[in-house]
Design a binder for this molecule. Sequence first.
Ligand code: EPU
Length: 416
Amino acid sequence: MEKLLITGNGPLHGEVVMAGAKNAALPVIAASLLTADPLQISNVPGVRDIATAVELLQLLGCKVERQGTDMSLDASEITSLRAPYEMVKTMRGSILLLGPLLARFGEADISLPGGCAIGSRPVNAHIEALQMMGADITIDAGYIKAKASRLIGAHIAMDVPSVTATENIMMAASLADGTTVIENAAMEPEITDLGHLLTAMGASVEGAGSSHITIEGKKTLHGAQHRVPPDRIESGTFLVAAAATRSKITIRDTEPSFLGYVLAKLEAAGASLRTGEDWIEIDSRNRRPQAVNISTAPYPAFPTDMQAQFMALNAVAEGTATVAENIFENRFMHVAELQRMGAGIALQGHIAVVNGIERLQGAPVMATDLRASACLLIAAMAADGETTIDRIYHLDRGYANIEQKLASLGANIRRV
Ligand code: EPU
């Protein structure tokens, strides 16, 4: 199994280009099932989860062509409406096929994803919303079996603003009869982006990116061209890496407006930031980070997908901070690994109390999920000595060419 070997070697420097967002590309790829016309997508990130999504669509009969970061998807001849467990268990985002398949073909057979390393992650919100839209849904032998001759618009109130459930409802509603309104919708930039795509495909979507979304269904949708927006979590990860290693770097092809809360927390940690239209420069040279309290919440507040990276930052910061994880019940698996590197962290339920220490020590550690891997990478670069990170397939699910990018900034990092 591949591992990463990292030796902490001082500050990073230079410029690095950010990829398209995995969590924006996944719903865009799923939306290709809504039309018989081809969809042309650019800036698709070269990460494992996207490869899994492509394999899944090919299994359904979709034709996929890929050249670098450009992708063309043609769902004119779909031959299967089933997403098998073997694929869904490797990527929970597969649930995004439910809405589009049901809306266009009247049927879908999607494996239940089951639990995952960061929590139980139910999908009841997806199912209940589609039932309100007239779908007949049963759970049979671990599969969600959904049927609807034609979905109808509904007024849907979400108990929690789920990102992928909001996306599933938006896609299903675009081909439903009548108007669908989503209350307490998720407001992540990925939702706004999906709204743009669906509009370009001929749907009528208003309010995507706010808590109240209105979608008017159409009989058919057509093809479109779409550019995947920059990955805000990749961007945040590189910025935190710079702050933890007391570096000055510039990230390019990013979108500062997606990162307001995260940038404010980096400034609170003592970093100097400059931003342009599509770049962010961080300067933390000769500055030990200050401890910053973190409390995860739906966008626009602090993203759960950045919690682990800030845990690594706080581990080497001056002072004590609390890190509260409020979205997923088990997203602290990186804490035990950071403790192996000498970090001073005490867990009290969903809150971690982090006592920063001057230097972490390199150690063999194990990645447990995607963002936990990023946390360990940051800790390793800020540590004395050598760290090996095992199970880095988690990292490859969501970060494109991460070791090449970090090596280009001067990190001593190698895949073995
Ligand atoms: N929830 C329910 N019922 C549901 C769905 C969600 O109670 O039916 C709860 C969850 O248990 C959780 C909260 O709602 O407490 C929010 O979860 P959400 O459904 O928004 O998460 P998701 O849509 O499954 C997406 C991202 C995750 C990211 C979360 C939160 C994709 C493909 N995945 O997941 O990304 O952590 O939103 O922002 O967009 C990652 O990239 O590392 C990752 C895990």
